[in-house]
Design a protein around this ligand. Sequence first.
Ligand code: CMP
Length: 143
Amino acid sequence: MEKTFLMVKPDGVQRSLIGDIVARFEKKGFQLVGAKLMSIPTELAEEHYGEHKERPFFGELVDFITSGPVFAMVWQGENVIATARQMMGSTNPKDAAPGTIRGDFGITVGKNIIHGSDSPASAEREIGLFFKEAELVDYSKLA
Ligand code: CMP
């Protein structure tokens, strides 16, 4: 079953949007297989966002994602990686359609509420950075 890594960023947690965001993915039909409220250590933030290391906003990005608690999650379901990205909306909330998470709740590209893996390779890498195998549940034996 396809899995993705999603994370409510510090702005989303601060604005009490965890419940709304979780509800959207539950109602869509995806299954939550792992979740934790946590503060991200700087080294983990730098590794998670490693592909943006040369970007001018890298420092700002790391400062922001480590500025307060995040809600890290693993979700599973058919096409969950691409569908979750659609449900999140464009990276820059000014371009995100109404009805998407960023379209409904965000204004600026830095504080864009949620992160989601953009490919199967990213999902595998990001899940591995944030979760141990034993922290993920298995629904496959449910009747
Ligand atoms: P995310 O999906 O978490 O992946 C990388 C993040 O970089 C992206 O969301 C944005 O929040 C952030 N980002 C992209 N462009 C800029 C920018 N110009 N200034 C600050 N942050 C940015």
